[in-house]
Design a protein around this ligand. Structure first.
Ligand code: IMP
Length: 174
């Protein structure tokens, strides 16, 4: 990919500042307790790795793998669980960690799914909140950065599995 096909949106420094801010707020909010962090693979893996290392509270980690977009850049609306969490979250304080909330369908689906496992509380943390195509209202307790529109890659986010390794976030000029 050459530089004319993507433009820099958030630098690694911009991101690090927000991750630190979120980690401080989460550590404060869950102080005295323990949180089960559920990362959504694959997109959230870098964000989650940075975030949990800054938390100052006891933390358990698990992952869920969902399928949503396939090779498209728009949500199909058909979401399924490819790999579920393994930890028993009944009675636990659970925090979903997402890379980006776009239409909201994926996160809403995961939220409903995890609620059936009867956690004590369930909150959502997303690095990016992209409002333009929101189709369902969901509570986002922790948001790193807001994005009006566009398709972004880097810092874990991909297009067809490419660009996840980039330290900065770019808008793809589709
Ligand atoms: P939603 O169901 O439309 O909210 O889509 C959520 C999922 O779609 C995210 O977890 C991402 O995996 C993917 N996604 C949405 N927007 C983008 C983007 O701009 N770049 C990369 N992936 C995206």
């Amino acid at each position: 990919m050459n530089s004319t096909e993507k433009s820099l949106l958030f630098t690694a420094e911009d991101i690090a500042r927000q991750v630190q801010r979120l980690a401080s707020r989460i550590s404060q909010d869950y102080q005295g307790g323990e949180v089960v962090v559920v990362g959504v693979l694959k997109g959230a893996f870098i964000f989650l790795a940075d975030l949990v290392r800054l938390l100052t509270i006891p933390t358990k980690l698990d992952f869920v793998r969902l399928s949503s977009y396939g090779a498209s850049t728009e949500s199909s609306g058909k979401i399924r669980i490819v790999a579920d969490i393994e930890i028993n979250i009944q009675g636990q304080d659970v925090l979903i960690v997402e890379d980006i909330v776009d239409s909201g369908l994926t996160t809403a689906f995961l939220r409903e799914h995890l609620l059936t496992k009867k956690p004590r509380s369930l909150k959502i943390c997303t690095l990016l909140d992209k409002m333009e195509r929101r189709r369902i209202e969901i509570p986002l307790e922790y948001v790193g950065l807001h994005l009006a529109k566009g398709f972004v890659v880097g810092y874990g986010l991909d297009r067809n599995e490419a660009h996840r390794q980039l330290p900065d976030i770019y808008e793809l000029l589709l």
